[in-house]
Design a protein around this ligand. Structure first.
Ligand SMILES: [Fe+2]
Length: 244
């Protein structure tokens, strides 16, 4: 499925300014969790254990794909529109563009290191990779905080709900379009991580309010099992660390 690219500038006819941006907080929780877990998972791989490195490497690849995609989606949906509708936030928008470029340059340094580490499970290569991901995590964590404080309030005021929701639709369409390379359980992973980002005591209510009934049933029947299996692969010897 291909989603139409958003237009920038004027509000589309029939839509009005004002949207609920709170879903981004959940997405940011997922990224904070993924990128603080990943260096540790890499460091835990025993020397020459290429079987284990392949499992961790698959998730590293998914984490990199997800971060590229998340930032490209924001680049398409947010910056031009926010700067044109609220010129007062142009400086913040420039800062976000610069931070996205910084994250991209970390990824460009990290990604080529993954295949040789997966192929060898060499401890020294693993430590260099983990250290570079630590540095990316620090840059990313600061960026996510800036987006929450400087961008979300403006986006909530000047974008329509349809414009905001486009980002989630685009994300799902992209994951689905790449599921051959990402793995058949990619939609289960996306759903499972999103649910894990909601505090346990709010989860049932959040699912009722945010996930359509047929998808909730599909999750209970199939996707949850796929997600649980993936997490068991990733954490065979210890409980899955809580996200919230
Ligand atoms: Fe961002």
């Amino acid at each position: 499925m291909v989603t139409k690219l958003p237009s920038s500038g004027a509000m589309p006819e029939g839509q009005e300014a004002g949207c609920d941006t709170s879903g981004l907080i959940l997405v940011h929780r997922i990224f904070r969790w993924l990128y603080s877990e990943l260096p540790q998972l890499i460091r835990e791989v025993k020397p020459a254990d290429t079987g284990r490195a392949a499992i961790v490497g698959r998730y590293a690849n998914l984490d990199f794909f997800a971060l590229h995609m998340h930032h490209e989606t924001e680049d398409l949906a947010l910056w031009d529109r926010l700067a044109s509708r609220d010129p007062g936030c142009a400086l913040h928008v420039e800062q976000m563009r610069a931070e996205h470029a910084e994250v991209a340059s970390h990824l460009a340094r990290i990604e080529p290191q993954l295949p040789p580490w997966v192929a060898s499970a060499d401890t020294e290569r693993g430590e260099t990779l983990a250290r570079d991901i630590d540095a990316l995590r620090d840059t990313l964590t600061a960026h996510l905080g800036h987006e929450e404080s400087a961008i979300m309030p403006v986006a909530g005021a000047v974008l329509s709900q349809q414009e905001w929701d486009w980002m989630e639709q685009h994300t799902r369409a992209e994951l689905s379009a790449h599921r051959k390379e990402l793995g058949r359980d990619i939609m289960a992973l996306q759903a499972g991580l999103l649910i894990a980002s909601v505090p346990p005591d709010e989860r049932q209510e959040w699912m009722r309010a945010n996930i359509p009934m047929p998808i909730r049933v599909l999750y209970q029947l199939l996707l949850k099992r796929q997600y649980d299996r993936a997490m068991r692969d990733l954490y065979p010897d210890r409980p899955v660390p809580a996200m919230v």
